[in-house]
Write a protein that binds this ligand. Structure first.
Ligand code: GAP
Length: 444
């Protein structure tokens, strides 16, 4: 199986089974914007909830927040995004295409006669690089003028910084403490692509941890390890996970140190989560630009300081791609082949399929009643069409961990066969035990 074809097969499976669709597809699609279908929305929700539970519910030192996407435009001046969130771009005067100046497909130096356009092949038609800001702009209120300009946030982090004192005071937390948030972010990416890897609208799951200056490096190490452990617990292939430390050239304008957690995608090793030591950069800048003091006062020692911030920043859509890529398998079972998504049971969109072996002899009635009962407590799927093998394979492709078959014997022994997606093992389980049997194996 060639590497490129893995992505093609995954994109096609994602569409066919209702994980991910192209946005506005009937109009030809909108560049690098994607929609989540019935299975995708469940998988995404499960990943989001798993993150939220581990960050907010299971910890006493982290609070949740949901800040608005639109923020005062001066936030982005203070954060450095207006001046610094830019890519150098070059335009081809011949074919009008636009490229990042560091696009590896470009030959020669943009702006020089030898430079060659990678699309139309013309020489000397590429302009000298110009800086292009990645933030989306819109206007607030009825007048489209500069004074009404607002941005769609390019990261969720700033909503946390400007609210940090509100959260601190209302929750009565003490440093060290964190604020977690999940929400949409927007970037007018110039070279988006690889399906949902780099898109123009995406969701981030970010946590900002506020610490005393001098303790930042210790917390940075702590969060680096904690985040890798979280991905391991999701069952991601160990050998496909690694850290990448940012070189001074790679560091974002706000960071003193940064590590990416990378995954080995079919298109190479790429970041899907970043852990950043942002120092007191953001809070100091907001203090300067807003004129409001953002100091923390230690109630015991009376000490005052602007906290340092350690950030963990995970892209939800990118995590979903990691999870799909990692789960995708083509297998041969006996004489047959199957495509299976070996999703972690806790995040699988559907937990079990319920199948009456045949549509007669009382089997559909028992299967329906089991389905109705379980369906109130977890997402289930009822399927009575086609051979049992086909029904299993349809659920394998959807990543459903269990298949429950009601057969002729069920009416006598009040038991069903539970088939495991990954091992194909089959257990006979009493009808009144099915829920606890599944729950034990799902809550990990
Ligand atoms: N607040 C820090 C921050 O935003 P980042 O490294 O620019 O840092 C963090 O982004 C994470 O957000 C990335 O690791 C990635 O998972 C996700 N992300 C960033 N840009 C993205 C895009 N265009 N499409 C999808 N996910 C993106």
């Amino acid at each position: 199986m060639g590497d490129a074809s893995v992505m093609e097969k995954l994109v096609s499976l994602a569409k066919r089974r209702g994980f991910v669709f192209q946005s506005s597809e009937i109009y030809g699609g909108l560049g690098s914007v994607w929609d989540y279908g019935p299975l995708g929305v469940e998988l995404k929700k499960n990943l989001r909830e798993r993150w939220w539970r581990s960050m907010v519910h299971e910890r006493e030192d982290i609070e949740g927040l949901d800040a608005a996407i639109l923020m005062h435009p001066r936030v982005w001046e203070a954060s450095g995004h207006v001046a610094g969130f830019t890519d150098p771009l070059t335009d081809c005067r011949q074919c009008k295409n636009r490229f990042r100046a560091d696009d590896p497909r470009l030959k020669g130096t943009p702006g020089e006669p030898d430079a060659q356009c990678p699309v139309c092949g013309s020489r000397g038609t590429l302009t000298a690089p110009r800086l292009f800001n990645l933030m989306f702009k819109t206007f607030m209120g009825p007048v489209e003028e500069d004074a009404a300009l607002v941005y769609l946030r390019p990261e969720t982090a700033q909503g946390i910084y400007v609210n940090y004192l509100n959260v601190l005071q209302s929750s009565r937390q003490k440093i060290p403490f964190g604020i977690a948030q999940v929400g949409k972010a927007f970037r007018n990416e110039i070279t988006p692509g690889n399906f949902i890897f780099r898109t123009r609208e995406f969701e981030q799951m970010e946590m900002q941890y506020f610490v005393k200056p001098g303790e930042d490096e210790r917390w940075f190490e702590y969060w680096r390890e904690a985040r890798l452990a979280w991905h391991r617990a999701l069952g991601l292939t160990e050998s496909k996970l690694r850290f990448h430390q940012h070189t001074p050239q790679e560091l974002a304008h706000y960071a003193k140190a940064a590590f990416d957690i990378q995954y080995e995608f079919p298109f190479g090793w790429q970041e899907f989560e970043g852990i950043h030591n942002r120092t007191d950069f953001d809070l100091r800048r907001h203090q300067e630009h807003s004129g409001k003091k953002l100091e923390y006062v230690d109630t015991v020692s009376g000490e005052r300081f602007v906290p340092y911030i350690v950030e963990t920043s995970l892209g939800l859509d990118r995590l979903l791609l990691v999870v799909l890529v990692d789960a995708y398998r083509e297998e041969t079972v006996g004489a047959e082949s199957r495509v299976v998504l070996r999703l972690h049971p806790a995040v699988a969109p559907i937990k079990a399929g319920v199948f009456p072996l045949v549509k007669k002899d009382g089997m559909p009635e028992v299967a329906r009643s089991l389905f109705d009962d379980l369906g109130r407590r977890m997402p289930m799927f009822y399927d009575d069409s086609g051979s049992i093998g086909r029904r299993y394979r349809r659920q394998d492709e959807a990543g459903t961990p269990f298949g429950i078959t009601v057969d002729g014997q069920t009416l006598e022994d009040r038991a069903v066969t539970v088939r495991h997606r990954d091992t194909l093992a089959q257990d006979r389980v009493g009808l009144d035990q099915v829920f606890s049997y599944l729950r034990e194996r799902l809550d990990q």
